[in-house]
Write a protein that binds this ligand. Structure first.
Ligand code: FAD
Length: 345
């Protein structure tokens, strides 16, 4: 059978009509709320112009499903699938994959599966795509149509346009590229959408979640969705200076704190704060780079920021090439003064 792109978002398979349909994976936070970055899966799904089903897993799934159901009109959802099982709370790929494999593999219903390119999405999609024998398309930043996607390659230095002829397109989307929008497909809205239970699979006993150690960063906005990010480099010298200079500024601006890899390697902060090619991708309204050289691997994680402010003593530092505002000077003088002035405002 040959599959052709059809009209109005439908995919026509010669011999029979196969309607396009998208399954969007929504994550829960540990305290049982909808993870906002993961809502990018639904916002991306809207661009595919197919009927959308959301799937939520874990013990918080029923509560989140109710929340989504109440805003299903705005979101353009047609149906919600729920797998209520505490063993799914940790999103271990070995545990989640059999469940999603069942949902996607046994019914020939979905033409698209969308997750946020979060640490959970990045962990699950390779395994899931491999067991279902599809090629995952990761870190999508633009959806041109239901079979054509754009994604950055070479640490963000080039954008690849990918045309897919797969029967099931499994994609992860960059949360900052698919932020909240009210845009919905009016003809697909059903105000009282069904919530259906999904059969959970047998747990793989070989792999167990032993424990985790969480950072106490409750007071700070989430790095990937923060509107302001203050990032420090290795030039801050040590953990004490990193915290004593960046924290007051971040508190004043209600900002998240990020770091370069050199600062993380220096032990100044936890590696969950690393921004860049091998760290988090951020696209805040305001990005303040303090003592950051602007290495290509770092730029890959923050180039999408709307306004970039750089503080660096070297006038030739590459960060100034991407900065909208540059302050050339010693950060140990500038940062305390800047913080004080902002606090007075
Ligand atoms: P440096 O490059 O050492 O820059 C320090 C800057 O501070 C300089 O510009 C200097 O002029 C300035 N400075 C020094 N003292 C002062 C002062 N007193 N006042 C003001 N300015 C001062 N890096 C990342 O950040 N994220 C990644 O995800 C990442 N992934 C990588 C992946 C690979 C495969 C590789 C090879 C590298 C990766 N790196 C990554 C590392 C990257 O190449 C750089 O080494 C790193 O970003 C540099 O960090 P930095 O800017 O803190 O330090």
């Amino acid at each position: 059978l040959r599959t052709l792109p059809g009209i109005r978002g439908h995919t026509i398979t010669l011999g029979k009509i196969r309607f396009s349909s998208t399954l969007a994976f929504i994550e829960a936070t540990r305290d049982g709320k909808v993870s906002i970055p993961s809502m990018s899966a639904i916002h991306a799904a809207q661009k595919l112009k197919n009927p959308i089903t959301a799937i939520i897993i874990g013990s918080h799934a029923p509560g989140i499903a109710k929340q989504l159901q109440s805003s299903s009109t705005d979101l353009g959802l047609q149906e919600i699938l729920v797998a209520e099982d505490a063993t799914l709370n940790t999103y271990l790929p070995e545990v989640v994959t059999p469940l999603l494999q069942n949902v996607l593999g046994t019914v020939d219903k979905y033409t698209h599966f969308v997750m946020a390119n979060s640490s959970i999405g990045k962990n699950i999609i390779p395994r899931l795509a491999a067991v279902l024998n599809y090629q995952a398309i990761c870190d999508v930043t633009e959806i041109l149509d239901a079979t054509t996607f754009k994604r950055p390659i070479y640490a963000g230095n080039a954008i690849a346009t990918i045309g897919s002829q797969q029967k099931l397109n499994m994609i992860t989307v960059r949360p900052s590229s698919f932020s909240i929008t009210k845009q919905v497909q009016k003809n697909m809205i059903s105000p009282n959408i069904p919530i259906k239970q999904v059969q959970t699979s047998e747990v793989n006993d070989d792999i167990k979640w032993e424990s985790d150690a969480l950072l106490d960063n409750d007071k700070r906005p989430d790095l990937t969705s923060a509107k302001t990010v203050i990032t420090g480099g290795v030039s801050l010298k040590d953990k004490e200076h990193f915290e004593s200079l960046l924290d007051p500024l971040a508190n004043t601006l209600n900002a998240a704190v990020g770091a370069t890899r050199a600062a993380v390697d220096g032990g100044f902060c936890d590696n969950s704060l690393q921004i860049g090619q091998t760290g988090k991708i951020v696209a805040p309204d305001l990005y303040v780079a303090i003592g950051v050289s602007g290495a290509i691997q770092h730029l890959a994680g923050m180039k999408g920021s709307k306004v970039v402010v750089a503080i660096n003593k070297d006038a030739d530092a590459p960060i100034f090439k991407v900065a909208d505002y540059g302050l050339q000077g010693d950060l140990f003088d500038i940062v305390p003064e800047l913080t004080e002035k902002l606090q007075e405002m």
